[in-house]
Write a protein that binds this ligand. Structure first.
Ligand SMILES: Nc1nc2c(ncn2[C@@H]2O[C@H](COP(=O)(O)OP(=O)(O)OP(=O)(O)O)[C@@H](O)[C@H]2O)c(=O)[nH]1
Ligand SMILES: [Mg+2]
Length: 322
């Protein structure tokens, strides 16, 4: 199905929610039209505060996001939420799973919540997520929250995508110990001990604070440790305050540019690798020199390193298809 991209662009820029939903679906699925749309809207993107919210299953990420939205709405900000489910091979689309507890804001026209499937990329954040963020930005959203379940690499991926990463923990889960051991402490710009109403919250907060005191940091930001009860909103204002302060720090220290630069670098690496994979597949499936070389490697007449060097020259020598 071809889409009228000019109309879609115009509607999206005017803040039309249906256009936004369509645009996100388009970029989530990828393809030439998606690429074209991103090209057209890229100049209008890049303005939002991107907040990543990560943590183990069930720590209360979605409840916290819901409570944060309330704070942001008080400041009259337009809020977009992308809930990335690293385990789901299905696209969320309009169907919001029951993991997403943000019903309070479904009628608010300045809040846009969307679940995204992870299309098999390691790290729990689909490449489409980057483009979905851009669609939200072009549509006038001031804050974009990306929620993802922390499973191994996904904390790192969310930290890569976001300006501010909020790591959510809860008392009594052993999460704190796990976090300290696995080195994901480094990715948190703000530590939230949620479920402050449960026993052990103070100890969890103290343990995290103690281990942060031992940590070394690459810049002057010292991650705060905030205890809250997302379910009752208690302390959530402090989380939002910290997020704003972090954003100010990023801007005044020049760190925002640095972070975005490494993000672009990672994205470009991923995009170029994707093109290379596609081109390589075509090259090896087309009868000719390359196929002959493939057979030579199989027959041990040519080694794979030399073959790869030759192929790389072929693939990158000419202009790319895309
Ligand atoms: N006691 C208590 N329970 C909470 C609090 N915040 C959330 N919960 C409960 O914790 C459970 C999980 O909350 P979610 O917000 O769905 O957690 P999540 O981290 O988004 O979960 P996944 O997306 O499935 O990883 C729910 O039953 C919430 O009601 C809190 O501050 N205190
Ligand atoms: Mg959730």
């Amino acid at each position: 199905m071809t889409i009228d991209l000019d109309t879609l662009t115009k509607d999206l820029l005017s803040g039309d929610r249906r256009a936004l939903a369509r645009a996100i679906s388009l970029v989530e699925n990828g393809g030439p039209q998606a690429t074209q749309l991103v090209k057209q809207l890229y100049p209008q993107s890049g303005r939002a505060h991107l907040i990543g919210v990560t943590g183990s299953p069930g720590v209360g990420k979605s409840t916290l996001v819901d409570a944060l939205i309330t704070q942001m709405r008080k400041a009259n900000l337009k809020v977009g939420v992308l809930a990335v489910d690293p385990s789901s091979p299905f696209t969320g689309g309009a169907i919001l799973g029951d993991r997403i507890r943000m019903q309070a804001h479904t009628l608010d026209r300045s809040v846009f919540i969307r679940s995204m499937a992870n299309r098999g990329h390691s790290g729990g954040i689909a490449m489409g997520t980057y483009d979905a963020v851009r669609m939200l930005e072009a549509s006038g959203y001031d804050v974009v929250i990306i929620e993802t379940v922390g499973v191994g690499q996904s904390e790192l991926a969310i930290a890569q995508a976001a300006d501010t990463t909020i790591l959510v923990l809860m008392p009594g889960s052993g999460d704190d110990v796990q976090a300290i051991k696995s080195g994901i402490m480094e990715i948190g710009d703000i530590f939230v001990v949620n479920k402050g109403d449960l026993p052990g919250a103070n100890k969890t907060a103290t343990d995290i604070t103690a281990s942060l005191e031992l940590a070394t940091f690459s810049n002057d930001w010292r991650p705060p440790v905030i205890t809250c009860v997302a379910e009752t909103n208690e302390g959530v204002d402090k989380v939002w305050e910290a997020a704003k302060q972090h954003r100010e720090f990023l801007q005044s220290s020049g760190e925002l540019k640095t972070r975005r630069k490494s993000k672009v670098q990672a994205e470009l690496a991923e995009l170029v690798a994707g093109m290379a994979r596609d081109n390589l597949k075509t090259a090896l499936e087309t009868p000719g020199e390359n196929q002959k070389m493939l057979s030579q490697v199989v027959d041990h007449e040519v080694d794979p390193h030399s073959a790869a060097e030759t192929l790389a020259k072929h693939l990158f020598g000419g202009a790319s298809k895309q």
